[in-house]
Structures are given as C-alpha cells and as structure tokens.
Design a protein around this ligand. Structure first.
Ligand code: SF4
Ligand code: SF4
Ligand code: SF4
Length: 171
C-alpha cells in the first residue's frame, strides 16, 4: 500500500497540466468541481481499476498506476452530487501527449512499453538513423485511458486536456 502511494505521488505530475489543471475522475464537471465534490471518497472506493486517488488537495484525482480506466462509469454513478455525472462520461477531454525528446527510443535505448500496452494501438514508431525511433500518437485512436503515462519509464508521456476532444474515440 505504501509502495502504491509513493508511486502515485511520483506519477501525479503526469496527470496535471503545466498550468496546474488536474485530471478529475471521468464525468467530472470542470468549473465547479471543488464546490460540488464533498470529498466523500465514494468514487475512489468503487473504481474497479483503482485509477482514482485522493490527491494532496483532498479531492479525488485521476491517477492510474499500471491499469487503464475502462470508462465503466461506476465512479460517476456512485457520486452523490453532480460533481461527477454519468451523462458527462463521453466528454472525457484528456488524451496522451508525447514528449519525444525524453523517450528512451529517441535516445537509442530500445523501449516499446507504451506501444506494447496500448489496447487501442494509438502509438506507433518511426525508424530514424542511428538505431533510434520516434514515437507518434494517433489522437483519433487514443481514449485517454491513462495507462501509458503511468508505464513510461522516462516521463515521456503525460495526459493533456484537449479543448475539443474526439468524443467518438471513447466508443
Ligand atoms: S470510469 Fe470506471 S475505471 Fe474509470 S475511473 Fe471511473 S470507476 Fe474507475
Ligand atoms: S514507454 Fe516512454 S520511453 Fe518507452 S518508448 Fe514509450 S514514450 Fe518512449
Ligand atoms: S492513454 Fe491513449 S495512447 Fe496511452 S495507452 Fe491509453 S489509449 Fe493508448
């Protein structure tokens, strides 16, 4: 348990934007989340993939560790207020964002962890000279499950909030 908590703390920066915006559970209302969430923790308790945790701000945060969100909706259904709502589940705006310069493969070290674990086949590599290869993301395939940011050993992937997410990618 302690090990999981430390890992979560280590990874937490991958689930927030540089401007500080934090990924909340699927179905979260954006503007008034902190006003509507009572910090009851019900969403954390019901998540079968254990991808929600109480953050340092005492509110639930989306923080996958080694498992993806399946968008089952259990968290939104369990929420007693409108902080999370099942009707907003398909509005999930977060998607993987690559930082290729940090990728091990870009630096000549063989790694395909992100590609090998993406069930949606959203990450492909382009061979470069010198035994290097560059990862690329097909944003139309990524559903923002959060798995690859948690697995990358080089901090080369984060989740970023998209202004106009590709809703159909969740289907
Ligand atoms: S949608 Fe399901 S898997 Fe995803 S955070 Fe909510 S309860 Fe967990
Ligand atoms: S898991 Fe990270 S380091 Fe490995 S190939 Fe993917 S982006 Fe590069
Ligand atoms: S976040 Fe996107 S690219 Fe990463 S494993 Fe999930 S679907 Fe694939």
């Amino acid at each position: 348990m302690q090990q999981m908590t430390s890992r979560r703390a280590f990874l937490s920066a991958r689930f927030r934007q540089e401007d500080g915006l934090i990924a909340r559970p699927p179905g979260a209302i954006v503007q008034s989340f902190a006003e509507l969430c009572t910090k009851c923790g019900d969403c954390v308790e019901v998540c079968p993939e254990d991808v929600i945790a109480i953050g340092t701000d005492s509110f639930p945060q989306f923080q996958p560790v080694d498992e993806p969100c399946t968008f089952c909706g259990d968290c939104a259904r369990a929420c007693p207020t409108d902080a999370l709502n099942i009707d907003r589940l398909t509005e999930w705006p977060w998607r993987a964002a690559l930082k290729p310069e940090s990728c091990l493969s870009m630096n000549g070290v063989s790694c395909r962890i992100c590609q090998d674990n993406c069930e949606r086949d959203a990450i492909r590599f382009t061979l470069l000279t010198g035994g290097r290869s560059e990862p690329g993301l097909d944003a139309s395939l990524c559903n923002g499950c959060g798995l690859c940011p948690s697995l990358c050993p080089a901090d080369a992937i984060a989740l970023e909030r998209q202004p106009e997410p590709e809703m159909e990618a969740l289907q």
